[in-house]
Design a protein around this ligand. Sequence first.
Ligand code: SF4
Length: 412
Amino acid sequence: MSLQETVSAERIHIAWFGMRNAGKSSLVNAVTGQDVSIVSAVPGTTTDPVRKAMELLPLGPVLILDTPGLDDEGELGAMRVARTNRILAQTDIAVLAVDATVGFSEADTELPAEFAKRSIPFVIAFTKADLAGKELRAVRTQEAKALLSAEDTADRIVFTSAATGEGITALKERLGAFAPEVTREKRIVTDLVAPGSAVVLVTPIDASAPKGRLILPQQMVLRELLDAHCTALVCQPEELAEALGNLRTSPALVITDSQAFAKVSAVVPADVKLTSFSILFARYKGNLRSLVAGAEHIDALRPGDRVLIAEGCTHHRQCEDIGTVKLPGWISKRLGFAPEFSFTSGGDFPENPAEYSLVIHCGGCTLPEREMQRRLAAAGEAHVPVTNYGVAIAYMNGILPRSLAVFAGGES
Ligand code: SF4
């Protein structure tokens, strides 16, 4: 997974919905000033949104998701709903493109309530406005208002034309006005240490490490520390004792790869705070308190129980050893039997994980926060406990309280 993809997960996700002939893609291109959309030669074959990372001021870095038409051929209603739900789970801002000369389809009319239910700010953008006269516009405006809730206002309705440029600036301004609602203030680590602190990062370079670079959680933590003018000392577990000995004062924090937790905990003096990259991401993307509570369910597993081990990335399972080999091994050894392990990666997380007794999720560095929250909510609704790689490993090594001390009671 590249740094670019990490940045993508952190970008504001703007998803564009609409029927295939609504002029959605032309509108996306007019707003972005770029040719974002890819039109498939075979209608109905594109089931994933086209993604494009770009700057859209004043929002800043955004990810444009040009979604397949709501009326894509060959998809059953239930599949369309599932696909739309997957996209909605990643959406920070939504645009519903509706052909002004045609009006709302049935599928269109369902979306504003869905957006509102998920607290997704949205705009209804009528397209092809150059072909719609005053009376037709009045009709469309009334139809749109009927779909808006009391809290939504008429400025959520914009008439646009990719052909004449009408309404494009107004639509951009409307999107930009959502910035306060969707801008993230959360930090991974620098709210836990004073500016300018020294922090030690322990990053084992073993067979599962990608060649020639650090994995994404490590890159993101390192970059955030540098942005905060902290001093970061990076080493492998074997060099940690010497590295700590060379420091004139104790570091404010030691952050280790979870796989090396036991070894690192034995080396780091008891008065020095210690946590893991994975635990930092449990807080950053998920809900640390509930993921900590989930760890205790490891010991409640019984023979025959199913455990889902879920990772956020697909292409190269950079933490693959830990997810598919080490975690199952450690859990089986602790319990004295092997539960039934299943594995998912990327977007494959089940809508309803009720068949599992426990979910263990990676830090999810490549997932938008909304997607991680959706996964936690799905498990919560199914009454399935969820824990996190780093939390589970710290728990099994008996160092969970120590690894949470840096949060000083503010776990969530
Ligand atoms: S397995 Fe999870 S934490 Fe590791 S790189 Fe992939 S998404 Fe990030």
